[in-house]
Each structure stands twice: as C-alpha cells, then as structure tokens.
Write a protein that binds this ligand. Structure first.
Ligand code: AMP
Length: 190
C-alpha cells in the first residue's frame, strides 16, 4: 500500500493538495477534521463532544481520534493506499497509527510536510472563513490553532524524520507547482 500522511499547519493546503493526490495516486482520503464535522452536523454524541474542542481551537483527545481511525481502517477494506489528512496530530497518534497499520501488514510510506509562513496561514484562513462557514475560521481561533500546531503537532515531524520518511515541501506558490513537487516526492517512494 501507498500510505501518505499530508502534514502542515492549519491553512497550509493539506485539503487542497489531497484532492489532487487522491486522483493522481488512486488513494482513499481520510480527513479527521471532515469526519468530525460530519459528526457535528449529524448531531451525534461524538460530534457534540468534539465541537467543544474544535470551537476552542484545541485538539480532540487522542483516544477519540484513534478510535475513529481504527473504525475507518476496518471499514475501507482492501485499497491501494490511503492519504491521512489532519492526522496524526500528536506523537501518540503517530505511534498508534503505526500499530494499527501493522495489523494490516503495512506502514506510512511518506510524510509530506507543507511549509508555509505564519502570516500567510492567517491570511489564507481568514479568507477561507469568509465562505467556509467553519466555526473555527475566525482570528482568535486561528491564532490558537496555529499555536496548538506548533506546540503539540510539529513534534510529529521528528517521529517521521527518525523513520526516514519526512519530505518537506514549500507550500507557497501555485497549487499546481506545489502539487508537482509533492508528486515527485511520492513517486520516489512508490
Ligand atoms: P482540520 O479540519 O484538520 O483543520 O481540523 C479541525 C479541528 O478538528 C482541529 O482544530 C481539531 O480541533 C480537530 N481535529 C482534527 N483532526 C484532529 C486530530 N488528528 N487530533 C485532534 N484533533 C483533531
């Protein structure tokens, strides 16, 4: 299997680039943020719980997220590969992902880390907030999400660097230009 972790701070283009990568490499897309928002609109108990964290810009607890991924992997069956978008966001989640994938005799193939300066992230997310309808795309929550990323999520890069799987790519420029760089990195590990 080709398993890609698309990584980077909020607003770095993970969702946008995932859309292209799914088509190019025939991957199944798992976005924990999208899954959580679906739970919220479905008025489920999990959605109710998750909303409290999301609206504050905080991370949803690891056990909830890991359980969600576990269920999802069980459901998707035999696929050529998966793109994980917005997951793992803590080292604990990265360790669990390794264990879960091991039960399917597979592992993460590459982590694509999109690098974008903070000022650009804030501008992009504020712009997205004009149309996204997302409760967390406002200045206060954006700032919080970026600092949560720096403190709790950025260390996940070291986890994959130690495994020799980290590919850092400049996430500024045209969508197609960035996509070409990502494709090159993925093709090299295919
Ligand atoms: P995203 O759509 O990836 O920007 O995620 C939106 C929000 O959902 C985040 O700010 C977190 O509150 C929550 N979330 C999404 N994925 C995760 C994860 N892997 N671990 C913890 N919280 C998450």
């Amino acid at each position: 299997m080709l398993n890609v972790v698309i990584f980077g701070p909020p607003g770095s283009g993970k969702g946008t680039q995932s859309e292209n990568l799914i088509k190019e490499f025939n991957l199944t897309h798992i976005s924990t943020g999208d899954l959580l928002r679906k739970e919220i609109t479905g008025n489920t108990e999990l959605g109710f719980l998750a909303k409290k964290y999301i609206d504050k810009g905080a991370l949803v607890p690891d056990d909830i997220i890991i359980g969600m991924i576990d269920n999802y992997l069980e459901k998707i069956g035999n696929v050529p590969g998966v793109i994980f978008d917005g997951f793992p966001r803590t080292v604990e989640q990265a360790k669990s992902l390794k264990e879960m994938l091991a039960t399917y005799k597979t592992d993460v193939s590459i982590m694509v880390n999109l690098e974008v300066p903070k000022e650009e992230l804030v501008q992009r997310l504020l712009k997205r907030g004009e149309t996204s309808g997302r409760s967390d795309d406002n200045l206060e929550t954006i700032e919080k999400r970026i600092s949560v990323y720096e403190e709790q999520t950025a260390p996940v890069k070291d986890f994959y660097a130690k495994e020799g799987k980290l590919a850092s790519i400049k996430g500024v420029g045209t969508i197609n230009g960035i996509f070409a760089e990502i494709s090159k990195a993925i093709t090299a590990v295919k």
